[in-house]
Design a protein around this ligand. Structure first.
Ligand SMILES: [Zn+2]
Ligand SMILES: [Zn+2]
Length: 71
């Protein structure tokens, strides 16, 4: 329990309250990626797990830079 506001979690007005600021912003959907969440650091920027989950294997390989080739 917080000693200042005596609440758990802190009252939003308490100076000890944690900022709900995301650690990263997904470049695909624009959503915040909270710290502790998995994400992929692509050359274009962070991509959240939800976006990667929605991608096809080909899209994933493309952002991974594996260079899909046509035989
Ligand atoms: Zn507090
Ligand atoms: Zn996303």
């Amino acid at each position: 329990m917080c000693a200042l506001c005596r609440q758990t979690p802190c009252d939003p007005r308490c100076p000890n309250a944690e900022e709900p600021k995301p650690a990263k912003i997904c470049t695909q959907c624009g959503d915040g990626i909270p710290s502790g969440e998995w994400y992929y650091e692509s050359p274009q920027g962070p991509i959240c797990y939800g976006c990667i989950d929605d991608m096809s294997a080909q899209e994933i390989l493309t952002i991974l830079g594996e260079g899909m080739k046509i035989a």
